[in-house]
Design a protein around this ligand. Structure first.
Ligand code: FDA
Length: 308
């Protein structure tokens, strides 16, 4: 409930101004975000790679409504991929990129977003790595899946994210669990109507477990994006039952969340990938992180309250 209220309130310009200008915000942003520039992203990638972790980088920003801005986002990804490649960080897909379709023009047109995503995919292929499309608001889900399908021939390793919170997701997993298909499964960080989404946490978790089973028993490449200890354990059991080797799936977590568990899983020989956001447009990302954990939100609100 609190989560839904905060996500809805985050659209308010007043709340945005309060959060963005609060001096306490910086420390929290720094714990979740690698920095503002591509060089910051490369530096953090180098550090994570040195501890045996894989990386996916997200240039922060979403809901672009201007063609030139969408092109600038594409340029940023192309430049980032060049820098990562020059540092040897993309070899074998060790560092890849995650892209929000609305950041590259999905609100303007599906065709423009697909063209822009194809440009990023080409730069990723030249760098020896891959692209995964994030899942955003409900309205963006169907067009995103269509873009992945339309680019499949040219870029078969283009991955996408499925949100277990959505009622449609188990069926989406079934159609995406084919050979070579890269699917990242997360719980879902957006607020949705009950008609299209599970709202109770328990129902979302159960849906996650069902989707997990479909993907792990399929012939694609599942990427299990969660910090939830029970679901992580289920991934391990499903891998054993399906006789999947450690190279045939990944665990994934967000930068700054459960770093000890990230290292523990990597030390077992599992592929463990960290989602690392960078850039100046961190507001939407920060609000989603605060909203999914009441303890973080309470801490943040207390620190705002103690300003005076
Ligand atoms: P849950 O929220 O139940 O948390 C389980 C445990 O993890 C908590 O008890 C706590 O210990 C820890 N934890 C979780 N969140 C925390 C936080 N903010 N701070 C500190 N501890 C925390 N969503 C989406 O809608 N579209 C997308 O494309 C993606 N992409 C994506 C990629 C990757 C790699 C990950 C890991 C996640 C996403 N997400 C996402 C976000 C996802 O939907 C979800 O909101 C978060 O991962 C939190 O859900 P958990 O599965 O971790 O479970």
């Amino acid at each position: 409930m609190l989560r839904r209220v905060l996500l809805a309130a985050s659209a308010s310009p007043k709340l945005r101004q309060l959060i963005v200008t609060a001096p306490q915000t910086r420390a929290i942003v720094d714990s979740y975000v690698a920095g503002e520039s591509a060089d910051d992203a490369v530096r953090v990638t180098r550090m994570l790679r040195a501890s045996g972790l894989l990386v996916t980088l997200d240039y922060l920003g979403e809901d672009t409504t201007d063609e030139a801005q969408a092109a600038a986002v594409v340029d940023e990804y192309v430049e980032l991929l060049g820098k990562l490649s020059a540092d040897g960080l993309t070899q074998g897909g060790a560092a890849e990129v995650s892209v929000k379709p609305t950041a590259v023009g999905l609100h303007l047109s599906q065709g423009l977003a697909a063209e822009n995503i194809a440009r990023i995919c080409t730069a990723a292929r030249d760098a020896g790595t891959t692209v995964t499309l994030d899942a955003e608001h409900y309205d963006a889900i169907e067009p995103t899946i269509r873009i992945v399908a339309s680019l499949r021939d040219a870029h078969p390793d283009l991955g996408c994210v499925i949100q277990a919170a959505l009622r449609r997701s188990e069926a989406d997993c079934r159609s995406l669990a084919g050979y070579g298909s890269r699917v990242r499964l997360c719980k879902g960080a957006y607020s949705n109507e009950e008609s299209v989404a599970f709202v109770a946490k328990r129902d979302v978790d159960l849906s996650y477990a069902r989707c997990q089973k479909v993907l792990m028993n399929g012939s694609g490449y599942p990427m299990m994006a969660t910090h939830d200890p029970r679901l992580i354990e289920i991934t391990g059991s499903l891998a054993m039952l399906a006789a999947r080797g450690p190279d045939s799936f990944e665990y994934q977590m967000l930068y700054g969340i459960r770093p000890g568990e990230q290292r523990r899983l990597a030390n077992t020989g599992a592929r463990m990938r960290i989602y690392v956001p960078y850039g100046g447009d961190w507001y939407g990302y920060l609000v989603r992180r605060l909203a999914e954990r009441p303890a973080n939100l309470a801490f943040f609100l207390r620190s705002l309250g103690s300003r005076s």
